[in-house]
Design a protein around this ligand. Structure first.
Ligand code: GLY
Length: 317
């Protein structure tokens, strides 16, 4: 009897620059990230590849992650969330991590501890302990976005009519003023004067999968806000069937456990693209959302509006 021919999986990396990144002007950073991930795949596994890819995006400064992270509404806090997961059980995340250029690398090291998620002051002390705490200045883009947002909040009515999820709406902006929880008053912050994530998914030659995401959170947001990016099954998921990473308005993504939901569909046999499109449809019309995904023989990017992304390596589809 002839032995079945086993075709080795094609190593591959997919990156994105966030649901509001510009595919015309910001694609090159995603390509650089994908290439870095692919290089890592020559000597290491899918987990190392996604960390390498996202590290490039964090260092770039144009995306809402690492050096390019949004400013908090006090005009000075930079707080990031990041996570990593692979199909062999590695899982690490950080949330509300202050002033770290490469939150994804801190998340990777959390995966070596007995824990999966470390937040706030503990995450900062952990980053210092492992030598990954590097302070940096906000980019001019982040400062300009902050100033625009402050003006928009100023124009919003003082009272919100509901517990709005969407901080782009007038209700959402009014809620920031109403529930302001930074030290100092809203007026002080105003006088001093997005939501997006970067991500990568990868498949290595041994058929292992990994996902990593990193974000500077959303603007405007209250102090301490955490959304989908560091929460397993919300902004990311990786398992034996593939890996998924999400970008967009985190409050919408997390209430649907979007990454896990899509993963379970593909694990059940649904084509990757169909599962991702179905995932996008779960979110209310008009809500910004982008997804990247990979399986043994598929790689897809699905987004409501064109976003910067790149694929490097084996067969894309
Ligand atoms: N998707 C990133 C965030 O909303 O924080």
């Amino acid at each position: 009897m002839t032995k079945p021919i086993s075709i080795r999986p094609q190593p591959m990396v997919v990156t994105h620059g966030g649901s509001s990144s510009d595919p015309d002007t910001e694609r090159d950073g995603c390509e650089a990230g994908a290439r870095a991930g692919l290089r890592a795949l020559q000597g290491a596994d899918a987990l190392a590849a996604v960390v390498a890819a996202v590290s490039v995006l964090e260092a770039d400064g144009r995306y809402n992650a690492g050096r390019g992270a949004l400013l908090g509404m006090d005009g000075k806090t930079i707080s990031c969330d990041a996570s990593v997961m692979d199909s062999r059980g590695k899982l690490g995340a950080v949330a509300n991590l202050l002033e770290v250029m490469h939150p994804v690398q801190v998340a990777r090291r959390v995966a070596d501890t007995p824990h999966h998620l470390i937040v706030g002051e503990g995450a900062l002390q952990f980053a210092k302990k492992i030598g990954l705490h590097h302070t940096f200045e906000a980019t001019q883009k982040a400062i300009d976005q902050y100033k625009e947002e402050v003006q928009a909040i100023e124009r919003a009515p003082d009272q919100s009519s509901s517990d709005a999820q969407d901080t782009d709406s007038d209700d959402g902006k009014a809620a920031i003023k109403r529930f302001w929880n930074f030290s100092g008053s809203w007026q002080e912050a105003r006088d001093r004067s997005g939501h997006c994530t970067v991500g990568a998914v990868a498949r290595d030659a041994d058929g292992h999968f990994a996902a990593a995401v990193s974000t500077g959170g959303s603007m405007p947001a209250l102090l301490g806000r955490v959304a989908d990016s560091p929460l397993i099954g919300c902004g990311f998921y990786a398992g034996r069937a593939g890996a998924i990473a999400c970008t967009g308005i985190g409050e919408h993504i997390l209430r649907h456990n979007l990454a896990l939901r899509i993963y379970l569909w593909i694990e059940g046999g649904m084509a990757l693209r169909e599962a991702m499109e179905r995932g996008v449809e779960l979110l209310p019309e008009g809500v910004e959302i982008g997804l990247i995904g990979i399986t043994r023989d598929e790689a897809e990017v699905v987004a409501r509006k064109p976003m910067a992304h790149a694929l490097a390596g084996g067969l894309a589809r």
